[in-house]
Design a protein around this ligand. Sequence first.
Ligand SMILES: *Cc1c(COP(=O)(O)O)cnc(C)c1O
Length: 338
Amino acid sequence: MTIDFRSDTVTRPTPAMLEAMHSAKVGDDVFGEDPTVNALEQYAADMFGMEAGIFCPSGTMTNQIAIKCHTQPSDEVICEKQSHIYQYEGGGIASNAGCQVKLVEGDRGRITAAQVLAAINPNDIHKAPSSLVSLENTSNRGGGSCYEWEEMEAIRQVCNQHHLKLHLDGARLFNALVAKNQTTRQYGAVFDSISICLSKSLGAPVGSILLGNKSFITQARRVRKRFGGGMRQAGYIAAAGLYALQNHIQRLKEDHVHAQQIARAVAQKKFVKNILPVETNIIIFELNDSITAATLVARLKEKGVLWYAIDVHKIRIVLHLDITASMVQQTIDIIQTL
Ligand SMILES: *Cc1c(COP(=O)(O)O)cnc(C)c1O
């Protein structure tokens, strides 16, 4: 048996989730006639106190649609250097929205209101108009780090003063909510748009949702169609997402406890140079020169444990709902034999 820590995207639907999918009522969602997709979009929008939502195949698509809808070609998007929208979306900001980025170097993926303020271009014909700030919470490359609520509010103030839109890449937002005791409503009141992934730590097989006001989501429907993301009887996968939102949020705490337990075992190893603070379900650590990440990953694989080398000397471990307490114990035992 393998224990797969490479990502929280590797989960399989639970029997109860499969049952919800099996019994879903469906229709043609491009015609707006899939009752389960409509229910999911409404449910998510209500959770956040936002006006509307749109179900999409991936978090890359929800982010890219948001960036496209908030900007004009040649605008500048302010984001953190390690952010997913910049690092892992195939240059989509440039090709889909025709925008350039202003990269800010944050602390474990998080930027401050002062940094946002300093990154805004002056009203000068030489400069690209700054029009959008995008935050990521939790930060993937930041090792699952979470924003403080006050910082996001302060960033909102800066955006208001300079007429910038504020987007949240909330691929793992629910991990942050659970870790920080924050509410979905708080987020809905501060961001112009929010992307959440159902296929990450929530355990659905496919799908993300983009939330915003009605006119924004109407525009998003056009862009989704243009990007090829209009789906037909998508209710079968939306049912999994709805099930996940209704049943898989509180259990994220277990993943966070498991992450702490594994991190403690990892931190004791001589070959570990440093380990990022563990706030949620992600552990990122750096190795010293005695071993490469690829070598360590290969050694673990022989023992049935899958980790992910994110750099020559860096490894990422992600907890999720297919990893049980006994698998965590087994993994700790294996770490101790290394
Ligand atoms: C996974 C992820 C996304 C979206 O990824 P998809 O694989 O396209 O669903 C966006 N942002 C972050 C931070 C992510 O980790």
